[in-house]
Design a protein around this ligand. Structure first.
Ligand code: UDP
Ligand code: MG
Length: 155
Protein backbone atom coordinates (compact mmCIF):
# COMPACT_ATOMS: atom_id res chain seq x y z
CA UNK A 1 0.00 0.00 0.00
CA UNK A 2 1.18 3.49 -0.88
CA UNK A 3 0.04 6.86 0.49
CA UNK A 4 -0.16 10.22 -1.28
CA UNK A 5 -1.03 13.81 -0.42
CA UNK A 6 -3.87 15.34 -2.39
CA UNK A 7 -4.86 19.01 -2.08
CA UNK A 8 -8.16 20.29 -3.44
CA UNK A 9 -6.91 23.76 -4.23
CA UNK A 10 -8.63 27.10 -3.44
CA UNK A 11 -10.35 27.18 -6.86
CA UNK A 12 -11.92 23.74 -6.25
CA UNK A 13 -13.25 24.88 -2.86
CA UNK A 14 -14.49 28.27 -4.13
CA UNK A 15 -16.14 26.75 -7.22
CA UNK A 16 -18.05 24.18 -5.16
CA UNK A 17 -16.19 21.25 -6.69
CA UNK A 18 -14.98 19.60 -3.47
CA UNK A 19 -17.60 16.85 -3.50
CA UNK A 20 -17.26 15.96 -7.17
CA UNK A 21 -13.47 16.04 -7.04
CA UNK A 22 -13.24 13.96 -3.89
CA UNK A 23 -15.73 11.51 -5.38
CA UNK A 24 -13.39 10.78 -8.31
CA UNK A 25 -10.71 9.52 -5.93
CA UNK A 26 -13.14 7.70 -3.66
CA UNK A 27 -14.97 5.98 -6.51
CA UNK A 28 -11.71 4.80 -8.02
CA UNK A 29 -11.06 2.77 -4.87
CA UNK A 30 -8.66 4.91 -2.87
CA UNK A 31 -9.04 4.86 0.90
CA UNK A 32 -9.26 8.23 2.70
CA UNK A 33 -6.85 8.09 5.64
CA UNK A 34 -6.85 11.82 6.53
CA UNK A 35 -9.01 14.78 5.52
CA UNK A 36 -9.27 18.43 6.60
CA UNK A 37 -10.21 21.94 5.42
CA UNK A 38 -7.35 24.32 6.17
CA UNK A 39 -5.70 27.58 5.20
CA UNK A 40 -2.13 27.17 4.01
CA UNK A 41 0.31 29.59 5.65
CA UNK A 42 2.97 31.29 3.49
CA UNK A 43 5.58 29.23 5.40
CA UNK A 44 3.85 25.93 4.61
CA UNK A 45 3.37 26.92 0.96
CA UNK A 46 7.07 27.74 0.72
CA UNK A 47 8.06 24.35 2.13
CA UNK A 48 5.56 22.46 0.02
CA UNK A 49 6.62 24.12 -3.24
CA UNK A 50 10.34 24.56 -2.43
CA UNK A 51 11.35 22.75 -5.65
CA UNK A 52 9.66 25.54 -7.65
CA UNK A 53 11.22 28.45 -5.71
CA UNK A 54 13.22 29.78 -8.66
CA UNK A 55 10.42 29.44 -11.21
CA UNK A 56 8.69 32.48 -12.66
CA UNK A 57 5.27 31.26 -11.60
CA UNK A 58 6.31 30.68 -7.95
CA UNK A 59 5.11 34.00 -6.39
CA UNK A 60 1.71 33.65 -8.06
CA UNK A 61 1.49 30.00 -7.02
CA UNK A 62 2.12 30.80 -3.34
CA UNK A 63 -0.36 33.69 -3.50
CA UNK A 64 -3.01 31.42 -5.03
CA UNK A 65 -2.48 28.55 -2.60
CA UNK A 66 -2.64 30.82 0.47
CA UNK A 67 -5.57 32.95 -0.76
CA UNK A 68 -8.41 30.74 0.46
CA UNK A 69 -8.79 27.33 2.15
CA UNK A 70 -7.84 24.02 0.63
CA UNK A 71 -9.01 20.51 1.43
CA UNK A 72 -6.02 18.33 2.29
CA UNK A 73 -6.34 14.59 2.16
CA UNK A 74 -4.18 11.54 2.45
CA UNK A 75 -5.20 8.67 0.19
CA UNK A 76 -4.03 5.08 0.35
CA UNK A 77 -3.99 2.25 -2.15
CA UNK A 78 -1.74 0.07 -4.26
CA UNK A 79 0.07 2.47 -6.66
CA UNK A 80 -1.92 5.38 -5.16
CA UNK A 81 0.53 8.04 -6.40
CA UNK A 82 0.35 7.03 -10.06
CA UNK A 83 -3.39 6.42 -9.95
CA UNK A 84 -4.06 9.86 -8.45
CA UNK A 85 -1.81 11.61 -10.98
CA UNK A 86 -3.73 9.85 -13.77
CA UNK A 87 -7.07 10.91 -12.28
CA UNK A 88 -5.80 14.52 -12.02
CA UNK A 89 -4.62 14.83 -15.63
CA UNK A 90 -1.95 17.07 -17.16
CA UNK A 91 -0.90 20.20 -15.25
CA UNK A 92 -2.60 22.74 -17.54
CA UNK A 93 -6.37 22.42 -17.80
CA UNK A 94 -6.41 23.12 -21.52
CA UNK A 95 -4.03 20.19 -22.16
CA UNK A 96 -5.55 17.72 -19.70
CA UNK A 97 -7.47 14.82 -21.21
CA UNK A 98 -11.24 14.71 -20.93
CA UNK A 99 -12.23 12.35 -18.15
CA UNK A 100 -9.56 13.69 -15.80
CA UNK A 101 -10.29 16.20 -13.03
CA UNK A 102 -8.25 18.95 -14.66
CA UNK A 103 -9.56 18.01 -18.10
CA UNK A 104 -13.20 18.08 -17.05
CA UNK A 105 -13.30 21.03 -14.66
CA UNK A 106 -10.69 23.60 -15.70
CA UNK A 107 -8.86 25.43 -18.45
CA UNK A 108 -6.22 27.36 -16.49
CA UNK A 109 -2.43 26.93 -16.35
CA UNK A 110 -2.32 27.86 -12.66
CA UNK A 111 -5.82 27.38 -11.21
CA UNK A 112 -5.82 23.65 -11.84
CA UNK A 113 -7.96 22.41 -8.97
CA UNK A 114 -5.82 19.70 -7.46
CA UNK A 115 -2.34 18.79 -6.24
CA UNK A 116 -1.00 15.25 -5.99
CA UNK A 117 2.41 14.03 -4.82
CA UNK A 118 4.57 12.98 -7.76
CA UNK A 119 6.86 10.35 -6.17
CA UNK A 120 7.06 8.18 -3.05
CA UNK A 121 9.70 10.53 -1.59
CA UNK A 122 7.54 13.59 -2.27
CA UNK A 123 4.52 11.86 -0.74
CA UNK A 124 6.34 11.10 2.52
CA UNK A 125 7.67 14.66 2.72
CA UNK A 126 4.35 16.33 1.85
CA UNK A 127 2.25 14.11 4.14
CA UNK A 128 4.53 15.05 7.06
CA UNK A 129 4.06 18.75 6.20
CA UNK A 130 0.27 18.64 5.98
CA UNK A 131 -0.50 15.90 8.52
CA UNK A 132 2.10 16.18 11.29
CA UNK A 133 -0.57 14.61 13.53
CA UNK A 134 -0.42 11.46 11.37
CA UNK A 135 -3.06 9.60 9.41
CA UNK A 136 -6.12 7.72 10.69
CA UNK A 137 -5.71 3.96 10.77
CA UNK A 138 -8.83 1.81 10.30
CA UNK A 139 -10.03 -1.30 8.48
CA UNK A 140 -11.57 -0.35 5.14
CA UNK A 141 -14.35 -2.85 4.43
CA UNK A 142 -14.34 -2.05 0.71
CA UNK A 143 -10.75 -3.22 0.21
CA UNK A 144 -11.95 -6.84 0.07
CA UNK A 145 -13.96 -5.96 -3.05
CA UNK A 146 -11.77 -3.25 -4.57
CA UNK A 147 -8.84 -5.68 -4.72
CA UNK A 148 -8.67 -9.42 -5.34
CA UNK A 149 -7.95 -10.61 -1.78
CA UNK A 150 -6.12 -13.71 -3.01
CA UNK A 151 -3.89 -12.07 -5.62
CA UNK A 152 -3.54 -8.46 -4.50
CA UNK A 153 -4.04 -8.22 -0.74
CA UNK A 154 -1.88 -11.16 0.32
CA UNK A 155 1.05 -10.02 2.42
N1 UDP B 1 2.00 26.28 -12.22
C1 UDP B 1 1.73 27.52 -12.76
N2 UDP B 1 2.30 27.86 -13.95
C2 UDP B 1 3.13 27.03 -14.62
C3 UDP B 1 3.40 25.76 -14.07
C4 UDP B 1 2.82 25.41 -12.87
O1 UDP B 1 0.98 28.30 -12.17
O2 UDP B 1 3.61 27.39 -15.71
C5 UDP B 1 1.39 25.90 -10.93
C6 UDP B 1 0.21 24.94 -11.10
O3 UDP B 1 -0.78 25.27 -10.12
C7 UDP B 1 0.84 23.59 -10.80
C8 UDP B 1 1.86 23.97 -9.72
O4 UDP B 1 2.36 25.23 -10.12
O5 UDP B 1 -0.09 22.63 -10.35
C9 UDP B 1 3.01 23.00 -9.56
O6 UDP B 1 3.59 22.77 -10.82
P1 UDP B 1 4.02 21.31 -11.27
O7 UDP B 1 4.87 21.44 -12.48
O8 UDP B 1 4.61 20.58 -10.10
O9 UDP B 1 2.63 20.65 -11.72
P2 UDP B 1 1.74 19.48 -11.06
O10 UDP B 1 2.68 18.52 -10.39
O11 UDP B 1 0.81 20.18 -10.09
O12 UDP B 1 0.99 18.88 -12.21
MG1 MG C 1 4.24 18.82 -9.05
Amino acid sequence: MERTLILLKPDAVQRGLVGQTLARFEQKGLKIVALKLMKISPELAAKHYEQHRERKFYPGLVKFMTSSPVVALALEGIDAIKICRNLMGATFGADAAAGTIRGDFGVSRSFNLVHGSDSPEAAVRELALFFPEGIVGYDYAAYGWIYDPVEELKK
